[in-house]
Design a protein around this ligand. Sequence first.
Ligand code: ADP
Length: 172
Amino acid sequence: ILDLRKIEAGKLDIHPAPINTLEIARETIAACIGLAQEASVSVVMGELVDATINADPDRITQVLTNLISNAIKFSPAGSSVIVSGIKKEHCYHFAVTDRGPGISSKDQGRLFGKFQQLDSTDTRSRGGSGLGLAISKALVEQHGGRIGVESSAGNGSTFWFELPLESEASLA
Ligand code: ADP
């Protein structure tokens, strides 16, 4: 909550540095191993293109951790979460795919809002504050990037975010 207030007030500084995409993905996956094991879910690397981006490593780790831990939380036991990253023309595109319940298009719009939890008992039993994605959205946008989800009910979800490859200009 503190994070989000600070971001909204424009008080959360971003300290950009060159980050290696492969390294940050690897480290974040390693940090989520405990959570994954508890849930009997494996987290694997899909296609992960090596690139250097200019972004705040702590903040990008925070966003990736949020997406990966959500994916684990909603995954059925025995399934895999796939983390991938590709280079597009003007941005680097990270994606986290799960085989969980998915999200209907009707619900997708409000996911990134504050205190939003899709209100099924199923969701409630998984805990959380409903703030993670709102914070992630703010952090990604502060980097001049975009965040979104591709999903349909029953078919798993892919949460993605994109960071500009030349981001200095947008880091006011
Ligand atoms: P929380 O702390 O409740 O997880 P988030 O902002 O991270 O808060 O997520 C908001 C809501 O979005 C979750 O409560 C859940 O309803 C939905 N959600 C997030 N990630 C997934 C996912 N991978 N699969 C299905 N639903 C998800």
